[in-house]
Write a protein that binds this ligand. Structure first.
Ligand code: TXA
Ligand code: MG
Length: 343
């Protein structure tokens, strides 16, 4: 794959106008992109991902001026947040304009909007001059792609073109902030934190997306998720096929060694280094800071998933706020792991 230049962006625009799907890089993860006003094209996204039709899609815009074509009754807070964080990893949920297709919003009266901070995505959006609907370019429930090669692996046969924008800088999906109700609510944590948002709007958003990573069974958790429908808020999501468990730092080595001692192949994602004597473990060292960790997270999970291991053991992360978006992803990855694809 070659880096996307002007020629490929022109081709991508033509394909979008013709109702085709393309793979689009953003700073968070790669998106599976379609013309947001073309219902048939949007329906192809759901078919390609195997995603339930009532899960709404984010509409990507070239700039904040486009907001008023898609949303109405836009609160002042949305304007100031857009000014502060767009282009960037923040999705705003707003009341939708009449013309926004139900296929995009899952039939809800709101729409998710964001301006991605990636030169290829921005060039594409500027040339397209309209909204591009794009969920993460993975099969439903699976690990989001952070390189063009990941998109090719997940959905290569479903897209007309993949624009290669290199490895995604941020590495985890955008923060989703619901501004369609009285009080702002974070529906999905991301690189832009509640604190960052509070700093700009002068009030702390509520957070409605945290699941308990350590207790309860899958059914309980999956059912406990309430509306609005954010598929990233399902308890099982972002998941490898290999069973994945989280282990506190103090017990990590012992848990991994016990599994390996039972004859299993074990892959470990951890901050520390492996015991050099234990050759049975495939050990992947994760960056010590949350920015670096997020950047590599999905590529690491994909590699470990593809390594042939029977189990993936991930060192549990610090409770501090800056790790929370990553803890959120890993918690859901653990719940959803080890399951066959839905057909
Ligand atoms: O970083 C990102 O947000 C990436 C890149 C490609 O932009 N996109 C992404 O899309 O993660 P997706 O579809 O995988 O996740 C978007 C989430 C979904 O869980 C969806 O349910 C939620 O946003 N969402 C979209 N519109 C919504 C709305 N009107 N109300 C509530 N949730 C909404
Ligand atoms: Mg997704």
């Amino acid at each position: 794959m070659v880096p996307a230049g002007a020629q490929q962006i022109g081709r991508a625009v033509d394909l979008l106008r013709a109702g085709e799907l393309i793979g689009m890089p953003t700073e968070t993860v790669y998106g599976l992109a379609a013309d947001a006003l073309n219902v048939a094209a949007v329906n192809k996204i759901f078919a390609a991902k195997g995603r339930p039709a009532d899960h709404p899609l984010i509409v990507h815009l070239p700039d904040a001026e486009h907001m008023s074509r898609w949303a109405r009754a836009i609160p002042k807070e949305a304007i100031v947040l857009a000014r502060a964080f767009w282009p960037g990893p923040l999705t705003l949920i707003l009341k939708r304009e009449d013309g926004v297709p139900d296929a995009v919003t899952g039939g809800q009266d709101t729409v998710g909007l964001r301006v991605p901070d990636h030169p290829v995505a921005l060039a594409l959006l500027l040339a397209f001059d309209s909204g591009i609907a794009a969920p993460s370019a993975n099969r439903f429930g699976r690990i989001s792609p952070t390189t063009a090669a990941h998109v090719a692996d997940e959905l290569g046969d479903r897209v007309a073109l993949i624009l290669d924008g290199g490895a995604c800088e941020v590495g985890i999906e955008s923060t989703i902030l619901d501004l369609s109700r009285d009080a702002p609510v974070i529906l999905r944590p991301g690189a832009i934190s509640a604190e960052d948002i509070a700093h700009v709007i002068g009030r702390e958003p509520q957070v409605r997306c945290i699941i308990d990573e350590t207790s309860g069974d899958k059914e309980d958790k999956a059912e406990s998720v309430d509306r609005p429908r954010v598929s990233g808020s399902l308890a099982a999501h972002y998941a490898p096929r290999t069973p994945l468990q989280l282990a506190p730092t103090a017990q990590l080595a012992e848990i991994a060694a016990t599994l390996a001692g039972e004859g299993s192949r074990v892959a470990v994602l951890a901050h520390g280094c492996a015991d050099p004597r234990d050759a049975r473990l495939l050990w992947r060292a994760a960056p010590a800071d949350p920015v670096g960790y997020a950047h590599e997270l999905y590529a690491n999970l994909r590699d470990l998933d593809a390594s042939g291991a029977d189990f993936i053991v991930v060192e549990a992360l610090p409770e501090r706020a800056e790790w929370q978006p990553i803890r959120d992803r890993l918690g859901r990855a653990a719940v959803g792991s080890g399951e066959a694809d839905e057909t």
